[in-house]
Design a protein around this ligand. Structure first.
Ligand code: PAZ
Length: 344
């Protein structure tokens, strides 16, 4: 849960796993071969704990009969050193994922929230990453510190929803930092979710790196400027294998899978979304442009009467704080209900 002390942390590198160059290297990763990825890259040390937490959560909700959605959120990093000083990152703050998770919870889903550690979380997102310091939400009243009365009504509403999610065990919060942690976690969680068959929904909103440095090429220690020609650092990255097809075919066949496609060029968005559907054969791609992602998105499906549907907020709605996720989630849920109905 957002406030409970988490057991798993991902942002510190696992230094005791730093590559010891006195032992033979890991075989070079053939990144075109998806299975090979998991043999040539090391699993995070906490993976069994993550599996256990996921499995308990799913077992719990098999009993409650709730549908379970995996929401992935935030950006993965690509470490350039094993004792990581430098890494490649991306812009994602986790707004889409954290906001969507709240709407899923309010619609009766249990949520596994696989997010970039320290990115936005459901409920706390309203206060954690704003320009305000949290102390700005407080006020001194009669010599005591209290919630500033101007925020207390809205905070109470959010607090009640948050407490409900905690009390009913509706939200499992799991972290990742690196792309490697993300991929290992996604595989483990997917295989656990497989038990729920069509009741499982994947909502993959994380911004996952397309390129990475496999462990076989990762330097153990901080890269030194003098080790490189003229002080230049040339980084040669491998493509991250595309695991979505694996997810569809073998990790969680039966589940409904929604992925996101982010582009910056509006002319290629629909083409890329369709390409993703052709390649991975999943059910739904939600396309969005970096520049307008909070205002409009597009649903792209392979079949059906309306294979392409745009959802947009007006400027007035945006100004009044309406969130695009309030349009996205009910429509994803409709697709999921249809998926369950068709596969009964
Ligand atoms: O986290 P955020 O709200 O700032 O951004 C959300 C997003 C644009 C990363 C997400 O909507 C998305 O498109 N994710 C997939 C990115 C991709 O194409 O890999």
């Amino acid at each position: 849960m957002p406030n409970a002390a988490p057991i798993i942390h991902t942002s510190a590198p696992e230094t005791d796993q730093a590559i010891d160059r006195t032992v033979p290297d890991f075989p070079v990763a053939q990144s075109s071969d998806e299975d090979n990825y998991f043999q040539t890259n090391t699993a995070p040390q906490y993976l069994d704990e993550l599996r256990k937490e996921t499995s308990e959560f799913i077992r719990f909700h098999q009993a409650t009969g709730k549908k379970v959605v995996l929401v992935t959120s935030g950006g993965t990093t690509v470490p350039l050193e094993n004792n990581t000083v430098r890494f490649i990152d991306n812009f994602s703050a986790g707004t889409r994922g954290a906001t969507s998770a709240e709407y899923f919870l309010e619609s009766g889903y249990a949520v596994i929230f696989l997010h970039r550690e320290f990115s936005l979380l459901p409920y706390s997102r309203h206060y954690s990453h704003t320009t305000n310091c949290f102390l700005d939400y407080m006020a001194e009243i009669d010599g005591k510190i209290e919630i500033n009365p101007k925020y207390s009504k809205s905070m109470l509403e959010i607090y009640q929803k948050y407490q409900h999610a905690r009390d009913q065990n509706l939200l499992l919060v799991l972290p990742f930092t690196t792309v490697n942690q993300y991929l290992f976690s996604l595989k483990v969680i997917s295989k656990e979710l497989h038990q729920l068959q069509t009741k499982a929904l994947f909502y993959l909103a994380a911004a996952v790196s397309d390129f990475f440095l496999p462990m076989s090429k990762l330097p153990e220690h901080k890269i030194q400027a003098q080790d490189h020609n003229g002080g230049k650092l040339v980084v040669n990255l491998d493509p991250v294998p595309k695991f979505l097809r694996r997810l569809v075919d073998s990790w969680a066949p039966g589940a409904m899978i929604t992925s996101f496609k982010l582009e910056t060029d509006e002319n290629i968005l629909l083409k890329k979304a369709n390409q993703a559907l052709d390649r991975y054969c999943h059910q739904l791609v939600i396309g969005n442009l970096l520049q307008t992602r909070k205002k409009e998105i597009v649903f792209v499906k392979k079949e059906g009467e309306h294979p392409v549907v745009w959802y947009r907020l007006t400027d007035e709605e945006l100004a009044n704080g309406v969130e695009i996720e309030s349009l996205i989630i009910p429509n994803v849920i409709k697709e999921h209900e249809e998926w369950i109905r068709l596969h009964k």
